[in-house]
Design a protein around this ligand. Structure first.
Ligand SMILES: *Cc1c(COP(=O)(O)O)cnc(C)c1O
Length: 390
């Protein structure tokens, strides 16, 4: 057997083999898969902006004027007018001095963490932080200390027992991508001050969605101006693509000079930049408020139906609503049963979540109809009863 087939066989036999589902329509609350119209219940396009006319028109007209590509990295000749416009808009949106763009959330985390920490430094990272944070920490060669999920008391003990004189960096997701819960930012901000650490928050799932004006989980908790490195993505709630880091002008200047994923990669194309600016316009407008309030009422409806039926949703207070199943095979069977009923919700397995904690990761969108969500909850409850989960 070849190297590849051996590894693939092992994945298949442990129920961890992954394959792709193909979407044949635009990304909306309902999509076409295999020629069938299905309810999409696992997208991060929370506000439905990916298919919004405003974003599409902005992308088309920017392409007409500026072309399809930036042609180079920012520091060579790929720094276009629109990159600077979007960075200004992001800084205003985040109420920070400055912002810097990255080509994706993954590349932001890897580039920023590698730029901020080095051998001799210590990174304190929540155990459930996104994989890209772990990868950035490994690349930095700093010591990586993973603290128990959301446990600021354990984090305090670890900081208290720290020895050595390197830099301290605390990193947490704002909203955790697989559990849907929110980091205790108030307490972590107090710790970062007490122990003179830098604090980085990855708000991939909070941006555009959390807080009264969509500025993210730090706005929700009231600590927005106390986070040194505010990372967020443009491809989820904002319906576009890419990522940003907001903070002081000095920090941004430092990252421009030090973040390898910024320096050594062709910059985002005009279409994406213009769509992102259009998305921020919407998020900051009354339409954005309406979308956030629909998202919240859809969340409350769907999450209420599932938890009243007895599913373990980890008490998630956000639009990410996990249904804990346990083993991989059973989780994928649950997902297939729902797909047969016209509901697409992906099963999540290791290494994305710890083994034995496989789940359906349901996400609601502002643009789902309440009737669709009620119907989906009924099908999920039926299927859950069949596999003996409730
Ligand atoms: C999705 C995600 C990322 C990666 O962002 P991309 O733009 O998809 O590369 C980083 N951090 C968290 C918490 C995420 O959920």
């Amino acid at each position: 057997m070849s190297f590849f087939s051996e590894s693939l066989e092992a994945l298949v036999s442990s129920g961890l083999y992954r394959s792709l589902k193909r979407i044949e329509s635009a990304q909306g609350g309902r999509v076409v898969i295999d020629g069938r119209d299905v309810l999409l219940l696992c997208s991060n396009n929370y506000l439905g902006l990916a298919d919004h006319p405003g974003l599409k028109e902005a992308a088309i007209s920017a392409t007409s004027v500026y072309g399809a590509s930036s042609g180079a990295a920012r520091l060579v000749s790929g720094n276009m007018f629109l990159h600077e416009e979007l960075e200004k808009r992001l800084a205003l949106f985040k109420r920070s001095e400055a912002a810097i763009l990255f080509n994706s959330g993954y590349s932001a985390n890897v580039g920023v963490i590698q730029a901020l920490a080095e051998r001799g430094d210590t990174i304190y990272s929540d155990r459930l932080n996104h994989a890209s944070i772990v990868d950035g920490a490994i690349l930095s060669r700093a010591r990586l200390v993973r603290y128990p999920h959301r446990d600021f008391r354990a984090l305090r003990c670890l900081l208290e027992n720290h020895k050595g004189n390197g830099r301290l960096l605390i990193i947490t997701d704002g909203v955790f991508s697989m559990d849907g819960d929110i980091a205790p930012l108030m307490e972590i901000v107090a710790l970062k001050k007490e122990y003179r650490a830098l604090l980085m928050v990855d708000d991939a799932h909070g941006t555009a969605v959390m807080g009264s004006s969509g500025r993210g989980s730090a706005e929700l908790i009231g600590v927005a101006n106390q986070i040194d490195i505010q990372m967020g993505t443009l491809g989820k709630g904002l319906g576009s693509f890419g990522a940003y880091v907001a903070g002081s002008a000095e920090m941004v200047d430092y990252l421009r000079n030090k973040a390898r994923s910024f320096i050594f990669s062709t910059s985002l194309p005009p279409s994406v930049l213009a769509a992102s600016i259009a998305a921020i316009d919407i998020v900051e407008s009354p339409e954005g408020d309406r979308l956030r309030s629909s998202l919240e009422s859809n969340r409350a409806l769907f999450s209420g139906l599932l938890s009243r039926a007895g599913f373990d949703t980890l008490g998630s207070p956000t639009q990410i609503i996990p249904i804990i199943v346990g083993e991989a095979e059973e989780t994928m069977r649950f997902s297939r049963m729902l797909f047969d009923q016209g509901i697409f919700v992906q099963g999540i397995r290791p290494p994305t979540v710890p083994s034995g904690e496989c789940r359906l990761r349901c996400t609601v969108m502002a643009t789902h109809s309440p009737t669709d969500l009620e119907e989906a909850a009924a099908r999920i409850i039926e299927a859950g009863q069949k596999i003996g989960l409730v």
